[in-house]
Design a protein around this ligand. Structure first.
Ligand SMILES: Cc1cc2nc3c(=O)[nH]c(=O)nc-3n(C[C@H](O)[C@H](O)[C@H](O)COP(=O)(O)OP(=O)(O)OC[C@H]3O[C@@H](n4cnc5c(N)ncnc54)[C@H](O)[C@@H]3O)c2cc1C
Length: 317
């Protein structure tokens, strides 16, 4: 049966969220009809990116300064009643999850969260998720009337343009938006490569020792053109910002190279980085769990290994 899939795409910094492009790439392989539901001001480049990744239509919802989720959920519910999608995919962003939850409650439809894969098979759709830090795989199926809703983890799929052209853009009028409005916005100052997209990530753990010594992580990252990551222990100790936390309650990353410096490799950390290309760990404890998934391990003191690496890299310049 040809399936109709919609992908929720929130505008982040003027472009569709990276997860929405990842989900479109995956949904392209389902065949059938594929559309994006776009929330944001919108631009020709943004719509073309959605088209290039597989959307033939874009339902464009401009929510303005209203707190987005109420209006979006009502608008998508109206669209779903008119167009009857089989499956609506959401990412793990705050708005994504908020809208998915409201839609699930409003339409009385099931939502399956934390997906790392979506497998359609005839009339069935299986949602694959990982539990216990990725050590166990759970497969769940939907039942009952559609649309079915799924929330997909970032980096579950790799975004790849498929050669699609500009999509048809359908502006969607929003009705009720709820009483809350956004009165102020803060943008985090972001320098250098960003964690979510960097090819190389250098992450420090508690073994770095102190806030003063944290600069060895940032120095090494800057010499490598890498993004900086941190464990929760480091964020809790306020050596760096929460936005750099990698793991279950932080960001999911999938760089080509992941350097893990003085971190133990707790399950809640591994879940956010285990799919990285090459994992290199430095830890003074040869029994540290991070060595269980590392491709390359150095049993040693970060205070010796990292400064030596920094010197070697500087000498090469
Ligand atoms: C619900 C929940 C969610 C969580 N979410 C996250 C999350 O998103 N991300 C996350 O990271 N954690 C998360 N945690 C916390 C997680 O369980 C660990 O506590 C945390 O990851 C540990 O951080 P760490 O590896 O830096 O510290 P530790 O576990 O203390 O490890 C420090 C490591 O450094 C090594 N070391 C010490 N000194 C040196 C040295 N001089 N040279 C080399 N190595 C050295 C030690 O051998 C040790 O292996 C979560 C926990 C819970 C309960």
């Amino acid at each position: 049966m040809a399936m109709t899939t919609w992908v929720f795409a929130e505008e982040i910094a003027g472009a569709p969220s990276s997860t929405s492009l990842e989900m479109l790439t995956k949904a392209r392989s389902f065949g059938g009809d594929l559309a994006a539901v776009y929330s944001g001001a919108g631009s020709a480049e943004g719509f073309d990116a959605l088209g290039a990744h597989g959307a033939t239509r874009v339902f464009h919802i401009e929510i303005g300064d209203s707190l987005p989720s109420t209006g979006l959920a009502l608008a998508i519910a109206g669209l779903a009643a008119e167009h009857h999608p089989d499956l609506i995919l959401f990412g793990m962003g705050f708005t994504d999850r908020d809208v998915a939850g409201r839609l699930s409650a409003g339409l009385d439809r099931p939502v399956l969260a934390n997906a790392v894969d979506i497998v359609p098979d005839g009339d069935e759709i299986t949602v694959v998720s990982e539990i216990l830090g990725g050590t166990e795989i759970v497969e769940a199926g939907f039942a009952g009337p559609r649309p079915w809703l799924a929330i997909v983890r970032p980096k579950a799929f790799t975004a790849e343009p498929g050669g699609g052209g500009s999509p048809e853009v359908i502006p969607v009028a929003i009705g009720e938006t709820g009483p809350a409005t956004i009165t102020e916005r803060h943008e985090e100052a972001a320098e250098g490569p960003q964690l979510a997209d960097a090819a190389v990530v250098v992450t420090g753990g508690r073994g770095i020792g102190s806030a003063e010594k944290w600069s060895m992580v940032t120095d090494l990252a800057s010499l490598l053109g890498a993004a900086v990551g941190a464990t929760r222990a480091v964020v809790d100790a306020e050596w760096t910002a929460y936005s750099l936390q990698v793991g279950q309650t932080g960001q999911t990353v999938k760089p080509d190279v992941y350097l893990a410096l003085g971190l133990s490799g707790a399950m809640q950390h591994l879940v956010g980085m285990k799919d990285s290309g090459t994992i290199i760990a430095v830890n003074k404890d040869a029994e540290a769990p991070i060595f269980g998934i590392a491709d390359l391990g150095v049993v040693g003191d970060v205070h010796k290994v990292v400064p030596a690496l920094i010197e070697a890299l500087k000498a090469r310049r």
